[in-house]
Design a protein around this ligand. Sequence first.
Ligand SMILES: Cc1ncc(COP(=O)(O)O)c(C=O)c1O
Length: 404
Amino acid sequence: MQFRFSDSLKNVRPSEIRELLKYASAKDFISFGGGMPNPLTFPMNDIKQIMDDVLAQYGALALQYGNTGGLNELRTEIKTLVYDTEKIKTSEQNIIVTSGSQQGLYELAKVLVNPGDTVITEEPTYVGAISAFDANKTEMHSIPIDNDGMKTDLAEAEIKKLTAEGRKPKFIYTIPTFQNPTGITMSLERRKHLIEISAQYEIPLVEDNPYGELRYSGSRLPMLSALDKDASVIYLGTFSKVMCPGLRMGYTIGPEDFINKFNLLKQALDLSSSTFSQYVAWQYLKRGIIKQQIPKSIELYRKKRDAMLKALDEHFPDTATWSRPDGGMFLWATVDSKINTTDMLKDAVQEGVAYVSGNAFSPSRIQGSSMRLNFTFSEEDQIYRGIEKLGNLIHKKVGPLQSS
Ligand SMILES: Cc1ncc(COP(=O)(O)O)c(C=O)c1O
């Protein structure tokens, strides 16, 4: 039988990353592709103990259906966590527990956007946000970023233009700290400017913060949710990078009327996120294990970031540029404009190394000579070998490094 599919997934691009995960398991293959935390950071023993305890003490509840909004005890812990870490003041009714923050991205687009509505994103931006927004037929207007994050003057100009055309953006999506894919952190000045733009044009901000706790250098900047006086920012959080992604635990914080709509949609989507995972996440926070876990991840990842930066200095040509992130899991390299990184990926995979090419993260498809490099997953020696292989490939394509 020929299925007659809906148009809803027409614009959604297949994920290059998912395709690449197939290779990641091959022996000796070096993958800078996936966005995976290093399994060495997974608190296996603690989680095992918590699971046993949850089953023994709360089994009848933890294996049952739960509230759509999420386990109340977990929401209380999340409220404390976001205040302790980011000085974000919120309350339980402003928090909804999601199945990873990916679900938050999809749901917020569904709740706010009619097909064809415009939104503002960064250029480049998180590939999963592009999929979630595409699946909801959102028209993305992507604003270039530099070393200080989204160029907010350009964002304002675009918003003015769209508003004058009667197409005012529904929201502005940003990953202000250790952005995926670039690793760049938005400056305080730009953060404040975004808050002003949001208030002036009455456009909600959506800030996605999966990596904020993974800082290896520099000092913390306030999140938009902490700077905003109107409490109108929508904040996406996750336990994927500070516990493990396998439990699929995330949360969305926002104004109550928004959260109520979100709740309605979630009832249709999955009734609630996994009750059992929520009990585990609750105990993980309540027992303070997260506070022991994060410094261990930071220690491991800082070394890997430094290894990748050193390898790039040694092996990439002078014509290439790359970000020097203070945290997170990725850096972003841009090579000679003669090189198309999507085409080069096939050669790289033949050589046994992978990255994700820039255009996967580009709503406007203008990142053809860039690549995202994940530094958290591979061993340090693999990082050196993988970057050397990529450097050799680039040299082959643009000519050898000129000694000065
Ligand atoms: C910026 C950003 N947002 C959201 C997500 C989704 O994370 P999860 O669904 O595991 O919480 C990711 C995952 O890599 C991400 O990088």
